[in-house]
Design a protein around this ligand. Structure first.
Ligand SMILES: Nc1ncnc2c1ncn2[C@@H]1O[C@H](COP(=O)(O)OP(=O)(O)O)[C@@H](O)[C@H]1O
Ligand SMILES: [Mg+2]
Length: 318
């Protein structure tokens, strides 16, 4: 409906972490190349930290695309509410390592053998875990122990841990000292500046098919308002802009003025500051998350058998 009105081929502000829409700011570029460098030079553990909605999963998806293009073996765990057994089960399944036994020592031996084979063949293996702030201490300890799989000079497995700022706080706890010391590359995602938001909106509209000429879709004042209410967080920019397209279509308004943005901000209570972290009390029991994680990761693993990586343009969850 609104697509035709604005001359678009697809929804420009979908909240899926679609790597086609990746907008490279100086920071995202640095982050992406930092991770690529860390993986190529086999640094071992790397972290990617940023507030909710700042583009971590989108960036990880782009990284995965790049790794697949280079024939790198990857394992991607996007649901981190897992226990140690599930962690090993999913990691092996993602790497497509066959192991008849479900004993941890057997699985570790298989993983080690497989990593040594990859290393001898000049290949790299990368494990990426999203939402790392949810990883439990036992699983983080398993991850640390995985960095002991190494040759005399290099780490056999490259590990990217992506999470919200709580993850960084967790890493500062004394019990995670050993893991913290093994982190070789630390990357960040952050809020966009006012100028970057303008470019971000233009870029997304262009990818979605908006013509370069003709009347603009968003007025400069509307984009100012988007900056004000989104605080530069891309997910909120998308929310504001998507609803603005719908409302402006209903009102047959082009370019979109600031009032439409202000109304949506009020509707979504973006005009009220909100706490960043989810209160612990709102979380469901760990048991439930474990089975949920199991099913989600299993679903993801199974979908790989149906869709090849090149045809699935977006993975993961918000
Ligand atoms: N650099 C970026 N380029 C394009 N879109 C982005 C970027 N950063 C975030 N987004 C968009 O913002 C939304 C949230 O991004 P996401 O990667 O899910 O954030 P996070 O994983 O940090 O919570 C997604 O719709 C995504 O498309
Ligand atoms: Mg995410």
């Amino acid at each position: 409906m609104y697509k035709r009105f604005f001359g678009l081929k697809e929804n420009p502000f979908n909240v899926n972490p679609d790597p086609r829409y990746l907008f490279l700011t100086k920071q995202t570029e640095e982050t992406l190349s930092g991770l690529m460098y860390g993986i190529q030079t086999r640094k071992g553990i790397m972290t990617l930290v940023g507030e909710v909605g700042t583009g971590k999963t989108t960036l990880v998806n782009r990284l995965l695309d790049w790794l697949h293009q280079h024939g790198t073996k990857t394992a991607f765990l996007f649901n981190s509410r897992i226990n140690s057994t599930q962690f090993f089960d999913f990691t092996l399944a993602e790497f497509e390592i066959r192991c008849e036994s479900s004993s941890k020592s057997q699985q570790l031996m298989k993983l080690n053998e497989w990593l040594v084979e990859r290393f001898r063949g000049g290949e790299t293996a990368v494990l990426i875990i999203d939402e790392a702030q949810n990883l439990t201490f036992p699983v983080l300890e398993e991850i640390r122990l995985l960095t002991n799989l190494e040759t005399s000079t290099e780490k056999l497995l490259q590990i990217v841990l992506s999470g919200q700022p709580e993850f960084e706080e967790k890493l500062n706890l004394p019990q995670l000292r050993q893991l913290r010391q093994r982190i070789m590359i630390r990357c960040k995602t952050g809020a966009l500046t006012k100028e970057e938001i303008h470019d971000y909106i233009f870029e997304r509209l262009k990818i979605a098919g908006a013509g370069a000429n003709g009347q603009p879709i968003f007025s400069p004042a509307a984009m100012e308002a988007v900056h004000k209410y989104s605080l530069g967080i891309p997910r909120v920019v998308n929310l504001l802009c998507e609803h603005a397209l719908i409302n402006a279509y209903v009102e047959q308004q082009r370019p979109i003025g600031p009032k439409i943005i202000e109304d949506i901000a009020r509707e979504f209570k973006l005009d009220i500051a909100e706490p960043v972290a989810t209160p612990e009390s709102l979380r469901t029991s760990a048991e439930l998350y474990n089975s949920e994680a199991f099913i989600q990761n299993l679903g993801e693993a199974l979908s790989r058998f149906r869709v090849s990586p090149s045809t699935s343009s977006s993975r993961g969850t918000k």
